[in-house]
Design a protein. Structure first.
Length: 353
């Protein structure tokens, strides 16, 4: 079954259960006995990776137990969120938009930003791909169909390079791409960090471009923090504690990212059982901006792209998607962490790059 059909089925199943499955561990007003957090083993999810590995998220939600689940890409995470299997998650704007669309604004809330930029386009050594224009018709890997990088890559090929079809886009899990590129089975990858830097160091891939350079002011949101309206309504106190830890790590990573390089490297190794080559993480860190700004401009642009590509039957309505009440409260209580300030709309802007 198509992934987004499964998501839609999960929405129907959840609605027939009158929402009770979203939080099996708590009734309205009662504290949860378990908090379920979803995220990726990506550098662009560093606050989640470090917040979990340091034990700070677990301490924050205590006496509830913290249960974590690591995903490869956004569509599968969103499927779990809508099916009531996780409560809070780090995910890209693209899958969040799809959740907003298939639930007609009733299934997801963006409560904070996490990261901007941090996506590279790399090409296999010997592929003769020297620029983005050379990607036309070549085997291009993305992490998963419908995830944020997949949407951006498909938009570029269709809207900018004018490809007649997108059969050359191959959804491949991040961890499998090094082997495929080494064997010549893929020509290029539109990859989030640190996977892009890993392709450069291990598969001898060549850096073609950073996706941020296709956006106005060279910045786009790549990761946000989301939850369900049900969890937000029942447990705003728990979500506030999670966001406190999230913002602390955002500040630390902005103040001195090199300081946390070893800790992040070890945490990623624990999740993937793959040790990054020396210098890979430092290189990748320089391409990511950590921020609590949810990046509404990026969402508006991706909403149009999702519709153009057929991922949404109608352009997603963003009404009600963002609820930054808790984030604003925390910002007012202490010094605000560095926030991205987006302006403009990529749409045709990316087409000129």
């Amino acid at each position: 079954m198509n992934l987004w059909l499964r998501v839609f089925a999960a929405v129907l199943l959840t609605s027939t259960a009158v929402g009770c499955k979203r939080d099996q561990t708590a009734s309205a007003g009662a504290p949860p006995t378990q908090v379920r957090l979803g995220y990726f083993a990506n550098l662009t999810h560093a606050q989640a990776v470090l917040g979990v590995s340091s034990g700070e998220f677990a301490s924050a939600v205590a006496p509830a137990n913290l249960k974590t689940q690591v995903f490869n890409a956004g569509p599968s995470l969103i499927e779990a969120l809508l099916a009531g299997e996780i409560d809070v998650a780090y995910v890209g704007p693209g899958p969040a938009l799809n959740a907003q669309s298939v639930t007609h604004g009733q299934g997801i809330r963006v409560v904070a930003g996490a990261a901007a930029n941090g996506v590279v386009i790399v090409a296999r050594e010997g592929s003769n791909i020297k620029s983005l224009e050379d990607l036309k018709g070549r085997k291009l890997a993305t992490p998963q169909q419908g995830n944020t990088q997949d949407i951006a890559a498909r938009h570029y090929l269709q809207a900018v390079l004018k490809q007649p079809n997108l059969k050359n886009v191959l959804p491949v899990t991040n961890a499998e791409q090094v082997g495929l590129m080494t064997r010549g089975e893929i020509d290029a990858s539109w990859a989030p960090e640190p996977w892009g830097s890993l392709l450069i160091s291990q598969a001898k891939a060549n850096l073609i471009a950073e996706e941020k350079d296709l956006w106005p002011e060279k910045q786009m949101a790549i990761t946000v923090v989301v939850t369900t309206p049900d969890f937000l309504a029942k447990h705003p106190d728990v979500l506030e504690k999670i966001l406190q830890v999230h913002r602390q790590w955002t500040q630390r990573l902005n103040d001195d990212p090199a300081k946390y390089d070893p800790q992040l490297d070890q945490a990623l190794f624990g999740l993937t059982n793959k040790r990054l080559p020396k210098g890979t993480l430092s290189s990748a860190l320089g391409r990511v901006k950590f921020t609590d700004d949810p990046g509404e401009t990026t969402f508006r642009t991706l909403a149009q792209w999702s519709y153009d590509l057929g991922f949404a039957k109608q352009k997603p309505d963003l009404t009600g998607l963002f609820d930054t009440t808790i984030l604003r409260k925390l910002q007012q209580q202490g010094a605000s962490t560095p926030s991205s300030r987006e302006s403009g709309n990529v749409g045709s802007g990316a087409a000129t790059k």
